[in-house]
Design a protein around this ligand. Structure first.
Ligand SMILES: Cc1ncc(COP(=O)(O)O)c(C=O)c1O
Length: 345
């Protein structure tokens, strides 16, 4: 039963069936384009996302980086949310490795509004200005509490960007959580963007890997960038098989994680904790205490009882539900947190 690890949905471990699929995978050298399992995964991903082609990459961070490098050249500007994962949690790779200029826009836990985007867009007619080339969006939004944006909301921003000569990249690390929670096809969410990155290693349960889905021409250029950043893999089918298993078997069940997160929120709220509500929540729970001292004591007490979650600010925590935490464990964890919270008083 213990520990109950809710630090992230990245902590999932492949179960026996996924491991069997990995051990039985047909493999070849994927840098030579000879790995049939990776090819199957890429085809399945492209079809699900409604794009011509897909490229298997090692991680979400690499998927975003390779996409940005493929869209832009050195010195180009990238409009992206102030709270976005790309800006805050990917080591500044777009600057360090791409020479790109981040143009942060208020996103307040969701998508930036078109008026905020218009305000942040540099004047292309001014010789002093950075040339904006790309808009990045995120769905679901991690810092936004796992908020799921609807296809028409993505379309509105994408139309604006295309109208201003920009391309659009979607960081869809948890796009399937959005699609399940909204009851729409993944391809509907990705329809209006030029490239999308999806993670196989979050609540879909694969041990690693992401896909970049886009046009055939874009994916061909992205393949070249992937090689340059050291992401060309050889017998990738061993791990691609887990990704394929995840896409085929683990999407619909994300609804269970969403329900577990909802039930946990109810318990935490009843227990007097401050629960931050995303407008359209998925598998994340952000909650907090009165102040930092209380937060540190609560975190330590819960760790002592082997209920694990992360601190995201002085007085705020995040927990994430996933397939390795059952309904019973989710409820137990929420009850442990509220018991320990009461014991602080
Ligand atoms: C929104 C978002 N984008 C990208 C990533 C990066 O994925 P990875 O950890 O596979 O590099 C994450 C990881 O949590 C994420 O939450």
């Amino acid at each position: 039963m213990f520990p109950i690890d809710l630090k992230s949905d990245t902590v999932t471990k492949p179960g026996p069936e996924m491991r069997r699929a990995m051990s039985e995978a047909e493999v070849g050298d994927d840098v030579y384009g000879e790995d049939p399992t990776t090819a199957r995964l890429e085809k399945a991903g492209a079809e699900l996302l409604g794009k011509e082609a897909a490229l298997y990459v090692t991680s979400g961070t690499q998927g975003n980086l390779v996409s940005l490098l493929t869209h832009c050249g050195r010195g180009d500007g990238v409009l992206l949310g102030k709270d976005s994962h790309i800006l805050n949690y990917e080591g500044g790779g777009l600057c360090a490795l791409g020479g790109l200029v981040p143009l942060p826009v208020d996103d307040a836990g969701s998508l930036p509004s078109v008026s905020e985007l218009a305000r942040a867009l540099p004047d292309a007619g001014n010789v002093h200005s950075v040339r904006a080339k790309l808009l990045c969006l995120e769905n679901t939004h991690n810092r936004g509490g796992g908020h799921a944006s609807a296809p028409h909301e993505i379309a509105e921003r994408a139309d604006w960007a295309h109208g201003h000569g920009l391309s659009v990249h979607l960081d869809g690390a948890r796009l399937f959580n959005a699609s399940v929670s909204l009851g729409v096809e993944p391809s509907e969410i990705a329809k209006n963007v030029d490239s999308v990155q999806i993670c196989l290693s979050k609540a879909l349960g694969a041990p690693m890997g992401s896909l970049i889905c886009a046009s055939g021409e874009f994916v061909a250029r992205a393949r070249f960038w992937r090689k340059k950043v050291g992401g060309g893999l050889r017998q990738a089918g061993i791990v691609a098989a887990a990704g394929l298993f995840a896409l085929e078997r683990n999407i619909a069940r994300l609804a269970e994680d969403h329900e577990n997160a909802r039930l946990m929120k109810e318990i935490l709220r009843k227990g007097g904790l401050r629960v931050l509500d995303a407008e359209r929540p998925t598998n994340m729970v952000y909650f907090g205490t009165k102040d930092e001292a209380e937060a540190d004591r609560l975190l330590a007490a819960c760790r002592g009882r082997r209920v694990l979650f992360n601190k995201t600010a002085a007085d705020t925590f995040r927990l994430v539900t996933h397939p390795d935490v059952s309904r019973e464990q989710a409820l137990t964890a929420a009850n442990v947190i509220t018991e320990e919270y009461k014991a602080l008083k």
